[in-house]
Design a protein around this ligand. Structure first.
Ligand SMILES: [Mg+2]
Length: 122
């Protein structure tokens, strides 16, 4: 779906706190479409059936989740770690449905982080 086909109704019905972020996201998607056209890359190339997060120089989602849990317990949790966990989960996901579910979580965490930064200035 290109930005030209995104229904404005969806934006109008979004919660007020999300609207500026969704509008900025829509504008960025428009810039991407203008620059690159419609993109149809595969989600992930595998090697011998293995996705291998290490190909991206990151740990597995399981390892990152343990790090996030530890940080939550010791009070050092940050959005970067949470977002990284969601990205790793999307890379580790085994079915297109699971990938799509994780990508929604990536987007939701990214928006939550953006909202927090704009509220708190950090
Ligand atoms: Mg997830």
């Amino acid at each position: 779906m290109t930005t030209e086909t995104l229904p404005n109704d969806a934006l109008m019905m979004a919660p007020r706190a999300l609207k500026p972020h969704l509008m900025d996201t829509r504008d960025e998607r428009k810039r991407q479409d203008e620059k690159w056209g419609e993109q149809n890359h595969p989600w992930l190339h595998t090697v011998d059936g293995e996705a291998a997060p290490s190909r991206f120089a990151i740990n597995t989602s399981e390892t990152i989740k343990q790090m996030v849990d530890t940080r939550a317990q010791d009070g050092t949790l940050d959005f970067a770690a949470i977002l990284l966990e969601e990205v790793a989960e999307a890379i580790d996901a085994e079915t297109p449905d699971d990938v799509c579910g994780e990508l929604v979580q990536v987007a939701a965490v990214a928006l939550a982080a953006r909202q927090s930064i704009m509220r708190n200035g950090r």
